[in-house]
Ligand binder design. Structure first.
Ligand SMILES: [Zn+2]
Length: 314
């Protein structure tokens, strides 16, 4: 049974974009080479190529994931075997990294309607299952690219477990590396009918969002939320509650979403991190139009979901 079926409305209602909740990862099959190979060469195999962080998509009336089959891999001089992602709707999903090719679009058999595109630009308008698979492929390919050498002794590492471990080839070292995810807390800070939205220089024009920051070693998630909010806007918190989380593979974060109540109100934005931070009422946020000077975060983000949930409550 998958987690999404098991936990009922807690998880299902809080499903975030880029989380592969419907995919069966079949982690217990990753070391079964015979089983993996049988599925890789079958007609039901769908192989997602990733090229320098970009995803392969069909550009028709709508955007959809594009796939390679096993035969089409033979001329591509792959450095490693395809990574097994999991099973969904009778298909077995794999991914391959084509970053070693200069012009992959000439090497893979495509129609004119396919191309490599940054998922950040298109994920939000794709079907969630497909965008989630592309995010998974992008995230794990990114990890492989950056872990070719052992971080302990510097020797080459070897791919194991169908792409889910890398082991140092130096037998004396034998360090195993696992795909890394950077934990970041993101929090909607509220009090009464208002929430805090802030703007950083790197944001798209006009956008303001809830506060976020990376977890540090030795810190609980709740400690991280309290620290980040105090550092960024000088506000003390109470009632820090977990809401839901979102893989954010741009490049390798897990956004862990919280809601917390402010017990002080005087905002002191950290000028090194933020351009501005302000309290906004529900009325102000519900009145936003595409022409407004204030825009909310993109719809496929957990930041937007935390805001929309709060707006919907009243
Ligand atoms: Zn090593």
């Amino acid at each position: 049974m998958r987690l999404s079926e098991f936990t009922g409305d807690g998880i299902m209602n809080s499903k975030n974009f880029y989380a592969t909740v419907n995919l069966d990862r079949q982690a217990n099959r990753r070391s079964d080479t015979k089983w993996i190979n049988k599925h890789l060469i079958s007609q039901e195999s769908r192989i997602l190529p990733v090229w320098r962080g970009q995803s392969f998509v069909s550009i028709g009336e709508s955007l959809s994931a594009a796939y390679l089959n096993y035969e089409s891999l033979q001329s591509l001089k792959l450095k490693d075997k395809p990574i097994f992602l999991g099973s969904l709707n009778d298909y077995s999903y794999f991914c391959v990294d084509l970053s070693h090719l200069e012009l992959p679009i000439e090497a893979v058999p495509t129609g004119t309607d396919k191309d490599f595109i940054d998922l950040r630009q298109i994920g939000g308008v794709m079907s969630p299952d497909e965008a989630n698979l592309l995010a998974y492929a992008r995230g794990i390919s990114y990890w492989h690219q950056r872990n070719i050498y052992c971080g302990v002794c510097g020797k080459l590492t070897i791919v194991e477990e169908s792409g889910h471990h890398r082991r140092c080839e130096n037998k004396k070292c034998n360090t195993i590396q696992f795909p890394r995810t950077d934990s970041a807390c993101i929090v909607l800070v509220h009090n009464g009918n208002k929430i805090i939205l802030a703007r950083a220089d790197r944001f798209p024009p006009k956008m303001q969002s809830v506060l976020a920051g990376f977890l540090e070693p030795g810190e609980s998630l709740e400690d991280c939320v309290a620290r980040e909010v105090f550092e960024e806007v000088g506000i003390h918190l109470a009632d820090i509650h977990y809401r839901h989380s979102q893989p954010w593979p741009f490049p390798s974060s897990l956004m862990i979403g919280f809601r917390a109540r402010a017990i002080s109100f005087d905002l002191k934005p950290d000028e090194k991190e933020l351009v501005s931070a302000e309290w906004f009422t529900r009325k102000e946020l519900k009145a936003i139009t595409p022409e407004s000077d204030l825009q909310l975060p993109r719809k496929d983000s957990i930041a937007r979901k935390l805001i929309d949930e709060w707006l919907d409550e009243n």
